[in-house]
Design a binder for this molecule. Structure first.
Ligand SMILES: [Zn+2]
Length: 113
């Protein structure tokens, strides 16, 4: 599964994808559960060929963030997830900047975060 739903009871709070550039998961909040900054994404409902809009532009895993995850590198990661593929824009600081690749399945050990 390329987009794994996160549940709060019977409500989907968002979907997790595995980003091969950052080697960790990124989370797209459902419109009903926006981030504290108000960010939210629409989802096409297809966990095998997901599309999220708009793009995700994040400073991935900053070391000063309370949820900093030492398993993940820190970087700028700006991407569009469309039809099961991830397009990295040119302002990414990681090695896949400017490339578009197939999303991998979310590894089992990352299913919960
Ligand atoms: Zn990333």
């Amino acid at each position: 599964m390329k987009a794994v739903p996160a549940m709060d009871g019977d409500k989907v709070t968002g979907h997790r994808i595995f980003c091969p550039a950052c080697r960790c998961t990124h989370f797209f909040n459902s419109p009903e559960f926006p981030t504290s900054g108000g960010h939210k994404w629409s989802f096409n409902g297809d966990t095998e060929r997901p599309t999220f809009t708009p793009s995700m532009n994040m400073r991935s895993n900053p070391k000063d963030h309370p949820r900093y995850n030492p398993r993940c590198p820190s970087s700028v990661c700006h991407s569009f997830v469309t039809n099961g593929r991830i397009q990295y824009l040119g302002d990414c600081t990681h090695a896949l900047a400017g490339q578009t690749i197939d999303l991998p399945d979310v590894p089992t050990e990352w299913m919960n975060g």
